[in-house]
Design a protein around this ligand. Structure first.
Ligand SMILES: Cc1cc2nc3c(=O)[nH]c(=O)nc-3n(C[C@H](O)[C@H](O)[C@H](O)COP(=O)(O)O)c2cc1C
Length: 361
C-alpha cells in the first residue's frame, strides 16, 4: 500500500520517529512507514564496534533495511573519531539518508564506553567526531546529533548553547533535542526518560540563538494535536518553534497515533488499521521467504511484537495483543496469524472466540 513519498516534504525533519534500542528494528520501522509515509525513521543505536570489527554478515545484521523505509537515518554510538568516520561511511554506503550521533543516552553501559549523554561534557570531542563523519560521507548525507539539554542537575542554558555552538562549527546543521537533562548517576535509563523535567523553552531559545540551524523537539509528545500545536504556530511565534518533532514511546505503544500525526502534519488520508495489518502480513510473508535458511532468519514473532500497540484502546485490542504474544500460536510461524488476531469492530461478533477459548483451556 505505502510507497515512498514521490515528493519529499520541504522540511525532511517535520515528523520523525525516535531511535529506540530493541524496539525500532527494521520490522518496526516498516510498520511506522506504513502508518506515516512522510516520517523520517531512525534506527536503534548501533555501536561502532560490530561495524568496525564485524564481518559482512554482522554488518548486514545491523545495517540492513527495506527500501520502503526511506528516508531512514542510522544512529551511531561511539566516541572515537576514526571509528565513527568508518561506521558513518559504511552507513552511507548501505544507503542511509542520514547519520546521527547519539549524545543523549544515559545508560551506565553506554557511559562505560564513554559515549552517549556523557559526550555532552566534551563538545570539542563531539565536534571532532562530527567533522570526521562529515568528511567520510557524501555531502548529500547529513550528519546530525541527538542530545539532551543538560547533564545531572545543572540547568544552565549556557551549557547546551555552547554545546550546540561548538558542534555546529564542525558542520552539524540538525540537532534533535530530547528536552530534558540526563542524570548520569543515580537514575536508570527509564527514569531518565521520566524524572528530569521537560523544558521545551530551552529548544525555543536555541531556535532564536541559532536561526540557521534545524531543531527537532523530542520528549513527552503523545498526540497528533500536540505536534500541530508545537509546529504550526502563529507567525509571531514562528522564530521560536521547532522545525520538527520526534515521537518515541507514544508511537510505539499506540502506533496508530503515528497515522494521526501524519494526517495532521501532511494531510495524508488515514489508512484503516486493517489496511496496515494487511501490509504487515504481506511484508512478514516476504521476509520469511527471503530469509529462509539464513542464520538470522525472520519469524512471525519478530514482526508481531511490534504491532501489539496497533489496536491500543480499541475494542478487541486486548485479545489482539494476547494472541500475538502467545508462544503456541506464534510457533506455527504463519503470517496469517495477524489476520486471525485482527479484531472485528464489534466485541459481540468476535470471530476469534473459538481460538481464545482454546488458549484459555
Ligand atoms: C526502549 C527505549 C530505547 C531507547 N533507545 C534509544 C537509543 O538507542 N538512542 C537514543 O538516542 N535514544 C533512545 N531512546 C530515547 C528515545 O529516542 C527518546 O529520546 C525518548 O524516549 C523520549 O521521547 P518520547 O517521550 O517521545 O518517548 C530510547 C527510548 C526507549 C523508550
Amino acid at each position: 500500500m505505502t510507497s515512498p513519498p514521490t515528493c519529499p516534504p520541504a522540511n525532511p525533519w517535520r515528523l520523525t520517529t525516535a531511535p529506540m534500542m530493541d524496539w525500532t528494528d527494521r520490522h518496526c520501522r516498516v510498520l511506522f512507514r506504513h502508518l506515516a509515509p512522510h516520517a523520517r525513521l531512525y534506527t536503534e543505536m548501533v555501536t561502532t564496534g560490530p561495524l568496525i570489527y564485524g564481518d559482512a554478515e554482522q554488518h548486514r545484521r545491523h545495517l540492513q533495511f527495506t527500501e520502503i523505509e526511506h528516508p531512514v537515518a542510522l544512529q551511531l554510538g561511539g566516541s572515537e573519531r576514526e571509528d565513527l568516520a568508518r561506521a558513518a561511511k559504511l552507513g552511507a554506503d548501505y544507503g542511509y539518508d542520514e547519520i546521527n550521533l547519539n549524545c543523549g543516552c544515559p545508560s551506565e553501559r553506554v557511559q562505560r564506553g564513554a559515549f552517549g549523554a556523557c559526550l555532552m561534557a566534551e563538545p570539542a570531542l563531539v565536534a571532532d567526531c562530527v567533522r570526521a563523519m562529515i568528511d567520510a560521507v557524501p555531502p548529500s548525507v547529513p550528519v546530525t546529533v541527538k542530545h539532551r539539554i543538560g547533564l545531572d542537575y545543572d540547568e544552565s542554558y549556557d551549557f547546551v548553547r555552547d554545546f550546540v555552538g561548538t558542534v555546529a562549527e564542525a558542520g552539524c546543521r540538525v540537532f534533535i533535542v530530547h528536552a530534558r537533562n540526563a542524570v548520569l548517576k543515580g537514575l536508570s535509563p527509564k527514569e531518565n526518560r521520566e524524572i528530569p523535567p521537560l523544558r521545551y523553552d530551552v529548544v525555543a531559545r536555541l531556535r532564536v540563538d541559532f536561526p540557521t540551524l534545524v531543531f527537532v523537539l523530542n520528549g513527552g509528545i503523545t498526540t497528533a494535536q500536540q505536534c500541530v500545536d508545537l509546529l504550526d504556530v502563529a507567525p509571531d511565534d514562528a522564530d521560536e518553534a521547532p522545525h520538527g518533532v520526534m515521537l518515541g514511546r507514544a508511537a510505539y505503544h499506540d502506533s496508530y497515533m503515528l497515522a494521526h500525526a501524519e494526517r495532521a502534519l501532511f494531510g495524508t488520508p488515514l489508512p484503516s488499521r486493517e489496511q496496515i495489518v494487511e501490509c504487515m502480513i504481506g511484508y512478514t510473508a516476504r521476509e520469511i521467504a527471503a530469509t529462509q535458511g539464513e542464520r538470522f532468519h525472520t519469524r512471525v514473532r519478530d514482526v508481531a511484537r511490534h504491532v501489539l500497540g496497533l489496536y491500543s484502546g480499541q475494542v478487541g485490542g486486548k485479545a489482539w495483543r494476547r494472541m500475538l504474544s502467545d508462544a503456541r500460536l506464534l510457533n506455527h510461524d504463519d503470517p496469517e496469524l495477524l489476520r486471525r488476531a485482527m479484531p472485528y469492530q464489534s466485541e459481540y461478533d468476535d470471530h476469534r472466540q473459538p481460538l481464545l477459548d482454546a488458549l484459555s483451556g
